[in-house]
Design a protein. Structure first.
Length: 318
């Protein structure tokens, strides 16, 4: 298995699959939800979703939500850990609205509750090849409160706002992430990114997670580069475009979803309007190597008292 990109491949362009999404049919009001669950094949991942549902209403929501169908469907399985893919028109306007993530909602939260920089949100921008942190400096009392006034000023100055754990403010997002954790067998996290027009929040970089980018508002143009380390198990420092090979450029509009494997170098910029997207992440440090590095020391420790071969000296092996 290849782990690093050979020098001869530095200039290769990353492949990107761009496909329409077939939305699941709506659930019939005349048909009981448990009948739908019983009609599923035991091997259908959605059957496992049904088992996680604590009541009929939640079961109906999960079964019918297009994100669940996308993330357990065959098109995603074909590209999983292999290449990025864009799925068009996955979410409709109503499904986007219930996510509860937008610039207006951020301002409303700042007016109604205590938002703290670093703890709840970060502000930053990327200009002329350099990242600029825009959080107000913390004082002796610790985190600085993110008031609506401060947020509006930073917004005018081109700041992108990274909102941590938006699922805390959206029941639908909480339910989706809970079920997806069962499906992936791994923790699922989320961050929202709210960017003003003609702006870029973060420099080129790669992450150590499988990423799902869900475009909620406006448009955002992404540049994807081939991995420096395929299926990277650590995230990178900030990278410079000049050190990267050619990119594949793709623009997401509201309702689109993009997947890319860990290690994919990426960065994004808004266009003539502001942009909001949600990034859902999973499978961090969830790989065979990490599993073995945790399990093998325990196995050896437990085997030592009963295994003579493991207790023999190593002098004769040198």
């Amino acid at each position: 298995m290849k782990h690093t990109m050979a020098a001869s491949e530095k200039n290769r362009e990353i492949e990107l699959l761009d496909v329409p999404f077939a939305r699941p049919p709506p659930l019939s009001k005349k048909r009981k939800t448990f009948e739908l669950a019983e009609s599923l094949s035991p091997n259908d991942p959605c059957a496992k979703v049904c088992d996680q549902a604590c009541d009929a209403n939640l079961q109906k929501q999960i079964l019918s939500h297009p994100l669940v169908h996308l993330l357990v469907g065959e098109p995603l399985q074909r590209v999983w850990e292999k290449q990025p893919a864009v799925f068009r028109k996955v979410l409709n306007a109503e499904e986007i609205q219930v996510m509860g993530v937008s610039y207006e909602n951020l301002i409303h939260r700042a007016e109604e509750e205590e938002l703290l920089f670093e703890h709840h949100i970060n502000a930053c921008k990327y200009v002329d090849g350099a990242r600029q942190g825009m959080n107000p400096p913390a004082g002796e009392e610790g985190f600085v409160r993110a008031t609506a006034k401060i947020i509006k000023k930073l917004w005018k100055d081109g700041a992108t706002f990274q909102q941590h754990q938006p699922q805390h403010h959206s029941t639908v997002l909480q339910q989706l992430m809970s079920v997806l954790e069962s499906l992936f067998g791994s923790l699922v996290g989320s961050n929202a990114y709210i960017t003003p027009p003609h702006s870029q929040g973060l420099p080129p970089h790669h992450d150590d997670i499988e990423a799902f980018v869900i475009q909620l508002e406006g448009k955002k143009t992404w540049n994807l580069h081939a991995p420096i380390v395929e299926l990277a198990h650590t995230y990178s420092n900030d990278l410079h475009v000049s050190s990267l090979g050619p990119s594949n450029e793709v623009t997401l509009i509201a309702g689109d979803v993009m997947y890319f494997p860990r290690g994919t170098v990426h960065y994004a910029r808004s266009g003539t309007s502001s942009s909001t997207h949600l990034t859902m992440s999973t499978c961090q440090d969830s790989n065979i190597g990490s599993f073995l590095s945790s399990v093998l020391p325990v196995c050896i420790h437990r085997a030592l008292p009963t295994c003579l071969e493991l207790r023999q000296g190593m002098a004769h092996l040198l």
